[in-house]
Write a protein that binds this ligand. Structure first.
Ligand code: PGA
Length: 250
């Protein structure tokens, strides 16, 4: 049985003050949704604050990115070992905003995935097609290519300690959600791709859906056989809404 994971990707939002309030709300409402694992992903600079607020609670935390490098002259970058100093459980790699706005390639994403694993932090690998790609009917080949880069570098067993997030780019921040059937189809495809290499790993791997997920559509999405949680952007910035999504997964 795969325990659902509801993860809040805060992106470049928040302040010390708003984050304190948000975390307070999440902590207060976490117990009734304990069947679901919760995690939050603040901007790097708030990691210390988040660790301080969440230590000893059931809520996990991590970051939205990391460097593929170990240390050295890489101005502006943050290494996996540094994330360990703040006890991050997870790190998001290959988010579509990193891929499209910052030019991260499949190869770089795979190396970031490897860097996270090397320091014992579970990567959440994001994959997903653009609207143009969906319209061209190449959704599966795009997702397969993104996944293959990681599988070829790290092997399927790496997914024993990793999570996948399917995020159709056209659904991110647009208010346009994939239908549960559309999402389920791609999730099942991803699991089948893992199963070609190792069926035990495939059965265990959590595959989250992301893209305009909110309380109002979470019940239907999370009811699908291969949807094991959500990677939530906008709706994770409000404790009530974030917790309501988690409740939908209980
Ligand atoms: P959204 O973002 O929920 O605001 O669409 C999801 C994501 O980018 O992870």
């Amino acid at each position: 049985m795969r325990r659902k994971l509801v993860a809040g990707n805060w992106k470049m939002n928040g302040s010390s003050e708003s984050i304190r309030g948000l975390l307070q709300g999440i902590k207060e409402g976490a117990a009734p949704v304990a069947a679901v694992e919760l995690a939050v992903f603040p901007p790097f600079v708030y990691l210390g604050l988040v660790e301080q607020q969440l230590s000893g609670t059931t809520v996990a935390w991590g970051t939205q990115n990391l460097s593929e490098q170990v240390s050295g002259a890489f101005t502006g970058e943050v290494a996996g070992s540094m994330l360990n100093d703040f006890h991050c459980a997870y790190v998001i790699v290959g988010h579509s905003e990193r891929r499209t706005l910052y030019g991260e390639t499949d190869d770089l994403v795979a190396r970031k995935f490897a860097a996270a694993r090397k320091v014992g932090i579970k990567p959440i690998l994001c994959v997903g097609e653009t609207l143009e790609e969906r319209d061209q009917g190449v959704t599966e080949s795009v997702v397969e290519r993104q996944l293959k880069a990681v599988l070829d570098l790290e092997g399927v067993e790496a997914f024993n300690d990793a999570v996948i997030a399917y995020e159709p780019v056209w659904a991110i921040g647009t208010g346009r959600t994939a239908t549960p059937q559309q999402a389920q189809e791609v999730h099942a495809f991803i699991r089948a791709k893992l199963a070609e290499r190792n069926s035990t790993v495939a059965a265990k791997t959590r595959i989250l859906y992301g893209g305009s997920m909110k309380a109002a559509n979470a019940v239907e999405l999370l009811a699908m056989a291969d949807i094991d949680g959500g990677l939530i952007g906008g709706a994770s910035l409000e404790a009530k809404e974030f917790l309501a999504i988690a409740r939908a997964g209980c």
